[in-house]
Design a protein around this ligand. Structure first.
Ligand code: C2E
Ligand code: MG
Ligand code: MG
Ligand code: MG
Length: 291
């Protein structure tokens, strides 16, 4: 029985594992055609400034509607794309499309909006990445400062020195670097400071139970205070309730993103939302209890 072998040893090829690998192969094959068949789209989710209530930026989130298999979640297909190397081509498509879309929004009357793009560690480790990002920006009319790149904590684990060089090269081109899913991986705040990470995105797993888990409240509050001390911004991910929002604002979190404000939406719906948006958060400046 597999259980007797311990959690980390896989001696047997279980039916479950077989099913998984067949599915992965199926996705990998379908993905080869996905770009040319226009099966990928980007949805965008607003990031709301908790000091002014304004939409500062939108995060581009990849969607795949496959002809036979239907909608496939990025949580499932991104790892497959990373394994097969297809993430490089797909990631370049995401960058180009997100920047083209942002340019359209800038021209449509929202010149201060920023876009955040997720980068896979595989993309990050490509030596040509800073050059690619620079070229895509140059071919567009948007300033580099309108682009945020979201990295995950894993990128710096194996070779912090190479990672520092890549981050420096990206920052020199003017883009902002954020650390996604912060708190779930391995990284120290002092390391992030050295990397000149601009923003920590507090992972939604800490936000989810804020209302009834005092450990999560302590963790979130500590992350915010340490980020403030080191001059970094914080964004809370997965904010779904008014109570979570209230706690985050009390703690001085800078931004929030989550279903409470908006689900990720197709570009036309984001345009409609931007056009009719009224900041519904009371600006923190008017809060007399502010620190
Ligand atoms: P992420 O970058 O941490 O993105 C946030 C995820 O949380 C998104 O899932 C978003 O839809 C979801 N989310 C936002 N607000 C809420 C909320 O209030 N409650 C809950 N429960 N969930 C919320 P999504 O779109 O399924 O993406 C999952 C992950 O896939 C992303 O996590 C990111 O790591 C990856 N991903 C998505 N698009 C790309 C891409 O273009 N490139 C790369 N490399 N990875 C991507
Ligand atoms: Mg992200
Ligand atoms: Mg995240
Ligand atoms: Mg994530």
């Amino acid at each position: 029985h597999a259980k007797l072998e311990g959690r980390n040893t896989y001696r047997f090829f279980t039916p479950q594992m077989h099913a998984k690998s067949v599915r992965a192969l199926q996705l990998e094959n379908a993905m080869r055609r996905a770009l040319e068949r226009n099966e990928f789209t980007l949805h965008y989710q607003p990031q709301i400034c908790l000091h002014t209530g304004e939409i500062r930026s939108v995060e581009a989130l990849l969607r795949w509607q496959q002809a036979e298999l239907g909608a496939i979640s990025p949580a499932e297909f991104i790892p497959v794309a990373e394994d097969s190397g297809q993430i490089l081509q797909i990631g370049e498509w995401v960058l180009k499309n997100a920047i083209a879309q942002l340019q359209a929004w800038h021209q449509a009357g929202f010149p201060h909006l920023k876009v955040a793009v997720n980068l896979s560690a595989i993309q990050f480790h490509q030596p040509q990445l800073p050059e690619l990002v620079g070229r895509i920006l140059q071919e567009s009319d948007i300033p580099a400062t309108a682009l945020e790149l979201e990295l995950t904590e894993g990128v710096a684990v194996h070779d912090p020195q190479a990672a520092t060089q890549t981050m420096d090269a990206l920052r020199e081109r003017g883009v902002w670097l954020s650390m996604d899913d912060f708190g779930t991986g391995y990284s120290s705040l002092s390391q992030l400071k050295r990397f000149q990470i601009y923003k920590l995105k507090i992972d939604q797993s800490f936000v989810h139970d804020l209302d009834h888990d005092s450990n999560d409240r302590a963790i979130v509050s500590a992350i915010i205070r340490m980020a403030q001390a080191l001059g970094m911004q914080t964004t809370a991910e997965g904010v779904e309730t008014a109570a979570q929002l209230e706690f985050l604002r009390e703690q001085g979190c800078d931004e929030a993103q989550g279903y409470l404000f908006s689900r990720p939406l197709p570009a036309p719906q984001i345009h409609a939302l931007l056009s009719s948006y009224q900041p519904w958060i009371t600006p923190q400046a008017s809060n007399t209890q502010a620190h």
